[in-house]
Design a binder for this molecule. Structure first.
Ligand code: AMP
Ligand code: MG
Length: 344
């Protein structure tokens, strides 16, 4: 197991005691058991939700495996159709069009995801705020477009999660301020990954990985071995200097290298500090490990905005969460549940 601690950058996941122990148990187990006849890994990758969706699972029956993968992919399309801010026909777009004028009835799924977003806003003092989009929608990273100072100042008045009112009894959403736009880009991929894993579990799958861009969830392990997930070097994303052995966990990374452009030496990227209406500056990447991908997705974005000090403080109040933060100087910080590799 020396490879767990191979490089300077490698971390052993201490609080994952259960995860690491489960892993060891599985390894021992695997040594004693013959592999089931003709079982194998099935994989598929598709572009959905503006990102790459990957599903890998272990099964003996190719037709069944294909059907499982198809079910996950169609779930991804369903969620995209409901929650995309870019599709006029999405439920989210309807809310954005109407909720400043009157309460809009929402599906339980959308209502619940917005409710979870508001909880994260409360917990983070507003670092996570889906109304960031009131100003965030004025950026177009591909077109290298950003709002001017005056535009930001005006739009910022609409950025405040308190402008969102949920009525649980009626299942409605209302905005109490004009110009409010919401976007679930910081949490919906994690939700989609969790839905994918649920579908696989319901079908009896015990070893799988579902990922949507930077958000992944692992069911079981890799048949007696861990999955190895790399944390990219934010300034050279082809390289992954840190490798984490993982099983039965969710992992999300938010980075300033995912959607960005550079102008006059300044990096304009897609994670917005709701206080300023500008790209958050205190980190280059944040990786969060936790029990489910909805939580790790929202938290990776949140901790990115908070910056290392406040981020680690918040992470350490959450017993099931671990975090690895690469700050604006490239220095790595990690939550107290993680241990640096032992010196060799
Ligand atoms: P992630 O890659 O998970 O960190 O998500 C980044 C996405 O979250 C962005 O593309 C936006 O859609 C959304 N986002 C950006 N800033 C915030 C924020 N402060 N609070 C909530 N969502 C945000
Ligand atoms: Mg995220």
């Amino acid at each position: 197991m020396s490879h767990f601690m191979r490089t300077d950058g490698s971390y052993q996941h201490r609080r994952s005691t259960t995860r690491v122990l489960a892993l060891l148990a599985a390894m021992v187990f695997a040594l004693n058991l013959p592999a089931p006849a003709r079982a194998e890994w099935f994989k598929s990758e598709q572009a959905v939700m503006g990102t790459s969706i990957a599903v890998q699972l272990w099964h003996t029956d190719a037709d069944f495996a294909d059907a499982c993968i198809a079910a996950v992919m169609s779930e991804m399309h369903r969620i995209d159709a409901a929650m995309s801010p870019y599709k006029e026909s999405s439920e989210l777009s309807k809310v954005n069009r109407e909720a400043a004028r009157f309460p809009v009835a929402a599906s339980k799924e959308l209502f619940d995801l917005i409710a979870r977003s508001l909880e994260m806003s409360e917990r983070s003092g507003g670092a996570f705020d889906i109304t960031y989009a009131s100003v965030g929608r004025m950026y177009d990273y591909r077109a290298r477009k950003k709002p001017g100072n005056a535009e930001i100042e005006t739009a910022l008045k609409a950025v405040n999660y308190h402008h969102i009112k949920l009525d649980r009894a009626r299942g409605t959403i209302r905005f109490t301020h004009p110009g409010v736009y919401i976007d679930l880009g910081g949490i919906a991929k994690g939700h989609a990954v969790d839905r994918g894993i649920s579908l696989l579990r319901e079908r009896g799958i015990r070893h799988a990985l579902v990922s949507a861009g930077g958000d992944s969830r692992i069911l079981g392990d890799r048949r007696g071995r861990p999955w190895f997930t790399g944390i990219k070097d934010p300034r050279n994303p082809q390289r992954a200097p840190v490798v984490l052995p993982l099983s039965d966990t969710a992992i999300s990374t938010s980075g300033d290298y995912e959607r960005y452009f550079i102008e006059d030496g300044v990096r304009y990227h897609h994670i917005i500090n709701p206080g300023t209406g500008r790209s958050a500056r205190a980190a280059r990447s944040v990786t969060v490990l936790g029990p489910d991908a909805t939580t790790t997705d929202a938290l990776s974005t949140t901790l990115f905005v908070l910056g290392p000090e406040k981020a680690l403080k918040l992470a350490d109040t959450m017993p099931e969460i671990d975090a690895i933060i690469i700050d604006s100087n490239g220095t790595m910080h990690y939550s107290s549940g993680l241990e640096p590799p032992a010196k060799q």
